[in-house]
Design a protein around this ligand. Structure first.
Ligand code: PAF
Length: 290
């Protein structure tokens, strides 16, 4: 049975009941769990002694015109998935418990959070960093898992943990995809049949750029033009960005160098905004392999 901890007091009591030497693994989520989340839970089970997840749809990371009110909240189905994944405890706080009236302190990472989703969704990473630091302070895990699909979120959290000396190790779990390449996302349920049919072009655009890179192309402009040309095969897909970035700082790069590159994309299908990414790793190029 997954134990449901409905507020901070219940969480604190549970946390303090654990023996001091326990290595606690943590998977924070906003619910609407899919196989990507479950793979993080499985990695957490394999990599720690005890596992706790959280479900909290964090209002602070949604913009005024975003999907906070319609964000899927299938709690019963989520609980069944957590049980099946062997997750021992679930922290399920309310908004008031997490943000009591009068809260006035926020966390701002000021480098990796600025471009890409940070530029398109002002305040988003402030909301993410604030809630994740609060969750870390409450749960006090030794290790926490985040999905690589949100590569920029991972970079922001890794920097926050490093810069603020938060005693938690961050691990990234690989992107889990549908058979046709679409990255799993809680927002995929919004897609109409026609939009769903066009969605695999997102991953195909990343793979086309990767193939060109492996064949010798390193110029960021050429690789992103190629990626965008693949997306243009469907007029349903409206790209917001398709960019190459330094994988750690998320700074701009003119060409892929020894540090590799993060290919990052955000695109709209109707009102649904999807993101995806792919890492270009220099050691996969033919001259590095031979
Ligand atoms: O990736 C998510 O689901 C959320 O951004 C997170 C990390 C749980 C913070 O609300």
């Amino acid at each position: 049975m997954t134990l449901i901890l409905k507020d901070k007091a219940a969480l604190r009591a549970w946390r303090s009941s654990l023996p001091a030497e326990v290595k606690l693994g943590f998977v924070p989520t906003m619910g609407a769990l899919h196989a990507g989340h479950i793979s993080l839970m499985e990695q957490a089970r394999a990599g720690s002694d005890r596992v706790i997840a959280s479900i909290f749809v964090n209002p602070l990371q949604f913009g005024a015109n975003e999907d906070l009110s319609r964000y899927p909240r299938p709690l019963e189905a989520d609980l069944a998935k957590l049980e099946a994944a062997g997750v021992e405890a679930l922290f399920l706080p309310s908004v008031d418990d997490m943000y009591p009236p009068g809260s006035s302190t926020f966390v701002d990472e000021s480098m990796a959070s600025l471009p890409l989703c940070g530029a398109e969704r002002p305040g988003h990473f402030r909301g993410v960093a604030t809630v994740v630091l609060k969750l870390f302070n409450l749960v006090q895990p030794q290790i926490a898992w985040f999905g690589q699909k949100d590569a920029q979120q991972c970079a922001v959290i890794e920097r926050m943990v490093r810069d603020l000396d938060v005693p938690v190790e961050i691990r990234r779990g690989a992107i889990v995809r549908e058979a046709d390449g679409l990255a799993l996302s809680s927002r995929n349920v919004y897609l109409s049949a026609e939009d769903r049919a066009a969605a695999p072009l997102i991953y195909q655009s990343l793979k086309a750029a990767e193939a060109a890179y492996l064949a010798g192309e390193t110029e960021a402009e050429k690789l992103s033009a190629l990626g965008l040309s693949v997306l243009a095969r469907s007029d349903r897909l409206v790209p917001q960005y398709w960019e190459l970035r330094d994988p750690e700082s998320l700074g701009t790069i003119a060409r892929v160098g020894p540090g590799g590159a993060l290919l990052a994309i955000a695109a709209f299908l109707g009102k649904t905004r999807l993101i995806d990414n792919l890492l270009l790793l220099p050691d996969r190029r033919p001259e590095a392999i031979s």
